[in-house]
Ligand binder design. Sequence first.
Ligand code: GTP
Ligand code: MG
Length: 381
Amino acid sequence: MEYLIVIAGLVAVALIVGGVAFLRPSRRGPRPPVEPEERRGGATAVDEAEATAPTIERAPPTEAPPPTIEIEQPPPGAGRLVRLRARLARSQNAFGKTLLGLLSRETLDDDAWEEIEDTLITADMGTAVARQVTDDLRTRVQVLGTRDAAEVRAMLKDELVKQIGADLDRSLKTERHSNRPAVLLVVGVNGTGKTTTCGKLARVLVGDGRTVLLGAADTFRAAAADQLETWGSRVGAQVVRKDEGTDPASVAFDAVRQGIDTKVDAVIVDTAGRLHTKTGLMDELGKVKRVVEKQAEVDEVLLVLDATTGQNGMQQARVFAEVVNITGVVLTKLDGTAKGGIVVQVQRELGVPVKLVGLGEGPDDLAPFEPDAFVDAILGD
Ligand SMILES: Nc1nc2c(ncn2[C@@H]2O[C@H](COP(=O)(O)OP(=O)(O)OP(=O)(O)O)[C@@H](O)[C@H]2O)c(=O)[nH]1
Ligand SMILES: [Mg+2]
């Protein structure tokens, strides 16, 4: 009997040891990236292999394992400007504080009003607008009589929101059409943040539950397509690229073709940075758009402007608008400048709204532009 108990004990120990080894987490290094299609389709070959194969402890591999690419789930677009408000507050704070300080002065003489106008000009609002805002404020202060801090703030906010345009349609056309994806073309001079914006925008759309394809129509440098591919892989977006030196129009065409075939919601086409003064390059951009339009209307042409470049940005905007019909402006690097007034100037100049703002180098530092939240951030609470 004792003999039987010992055997039963040994069997039980063996079963426990075996079970623990089987259930132990894998130490085989990172998993290869899983395509989004596979993710949606339930268990994949990789999943199945992991679920059934017992894990064997191995010596550490001599070669470095391939980098893990986790498919991320970015936050949705709505409310981002409020979340990124601290960035804006930091860069624009001096502007808001100065204006509020001046307006709350004991006596508002001509010098004070001139200072107010200068402050607005320094923020790149444009001289004509600065003058108009100053005149309007002056009238309102006289009518108001008092200069209670809350009232002054409300008046200034109202004036700034009015200049920025609360009623402009800033919606991005990213909705899929019945038989084709939305098509967005991203353009601008070198280094303004086009590729970064394409990547960040893909994240916004994925965060909102859409599928996205990125077209790498910057064929000047292979690195540009690599950069876009990195952004795409993080959120499981397809990327269409071709060899360096390929005609960018053909990449854009193929990207839209593949977007139609794979039924994605939106295709975002990145283009090479080009100086607005180079006619040949601007013609090339016109061609990219025309070629895409052979299969699908371009829903948005987004001009990416670096907010820190001031007047130079305005010059660029004018030329790009002539070549491709700009439908929206993306103002990047607003985290690094106090010149938020450029929003007003660029909209006046182009008659096109600022739709997105870049507020940092982080992957989710792109926000739909909202005048009210923008002015609140500038003026503080
Ligand atoms: N601080 C800050 N940096 C930004 C922002 N947007 C882009 N950048 C940085 O600007 C630099 C250029 O960005 P890219 O996206 O490569 O610019 P690009 O327009 O594609 O450049 P080219 O393709 O060379 O014309 C990168 O270092 C970005 O991280 C922003 O909103 N804020
Ligand atoms: Mg680029």
